[in-house]
Design a protein around this ligand. Structure first.
Ligand SMILES: Nc1ncnc2c1ncn2[C@@H]1O[C@H](COP(=O)(O)OP(=O)(O)OP(=O)(O)O)[C@@H](O)[C@H]1O
Ligand SMILES: [Mg+2]
Length: 256
């Protein structure tokens, strides 16, 4: 049974003129236990909308989301979410930020300490626990957000362009760290990116979304053992194929 099953999701937003704009137009896919599946698509195509529906933060117009075979409804808490915008609380230390979800779930102070210490060790933030967000780097902030999402042991982790807005070196390093942490915890990950190289380097499988209204237009299983070499002919081969599909989609959007 798939860990996550998304069935025929449709979503429109009001357009401000009393009408509506259709964003998702029948999105269907499965995510298997332990898999890292990336969603690639043109900017504004509906990736964040899709993640929010899966995480129960937004309601679809029609369609269903199943986790471990059971349908989930808005408000469920089975998904850990790393947001597109940096979202650490500036008034809380690294440790207090990570602890936040456990406080909300009313976990006892003793259990919170054990869980937070463990995840801080795994993500490699030891020694920085008592720093505030303005006292850590952008890369460390991303690791803290990852820890905050993982400490509550979600069934699935969704990541919305978590590694954007970082310099190339830090981004490459964090891609490796993300994979290491994913393996250490054994998580199942849905990973949104608009960077093809990143998706090819990290993913077991990639889905490409069309322009709005978004549909899934291509699927690639990346059959290259990890760790991968970004410059290998295999990686570059996938990159070229995917860029072709995305490029054609972009051209359509621009009326070319
Ligand atoms: N709350 C909202 N009300 C109305 N329209 C919205 C709302 N949220 C998003 N949209 C519109 O829906 C479309 C999809 O937005 P979404 O944020 O899901 O795209 P995205 O693929 O995540 O984009 P990006 O790659 O730039 O992050 C966009 O055209 C956006 O303007
Ligand atoms: Mg987005």
């Amino acid at each position: 049974m798939a860990k996550l099953s998304v069935k025929d999701l449709h979503k429109s937003y009001p357009n401000g003129n009393g009408g509506e704009v259709k964003v998702l137009d029948g999105i269907t896919f499965n995510l298997e236990e332990g898999e890292l599946l990336s969603l690639l698509g043109p900017s504004g195509c509906g990736k964040t909308t899709l993640l929010k529906i899966i995480a129960g933060l937004l309601k679809a117009d029609t369609g269903n989301v199943f986790i471990d075979g059971l349908e989930v409804m808005p408000g469920h808490n089975k998904v850990g979410y790393i947001f597109q915008q940096e979202s650490l609380f500036p008034w809380r230390t690294v440790k207090q930020n990570i602890e936040y979800g456990l406080e909300i779930s009313k976990v006892s102070s003793q259990d919170r300490q054990a869980a937070v210490d463990r995840i801080i060790e795994i993500v490699g933030m030891k020694g920085l626990e008592d720093n505030y967000p303005h006292e850590i780097s952008g890369g460390q902030a991303r690791k803290t957000e990852m820890a905050r999402s993982l400490v509550v042991e979600p069934e699935i982790l969704v990541s919305d362009e978590a590694l954007s807005n970082l310099d190339a070196q830090t981004r490459n390093y964090l891609q490796q760290e993300f994979l290491r942490i994913k393996d250490a915890i054994g998580s199942t990950v849905l990973f949104v990116s608009h960077n093809v190289d990143e998706a090819v380097f990290m993913s077991d499988r990639i889905l490409v979304m069309s322009n709005m209204p978004a549909r899934i237009i291509a699927e690639y299983r990346i059959d290259i053992p990890k760790p991968r070499n970004r410059a290998s002919p295999e990686c570059l081969g996938y990159r070229a194929k995917i860029l072709d599909v995305l490029g054609a989609e972009q051209a359509k959007a621009m009326g070319v």
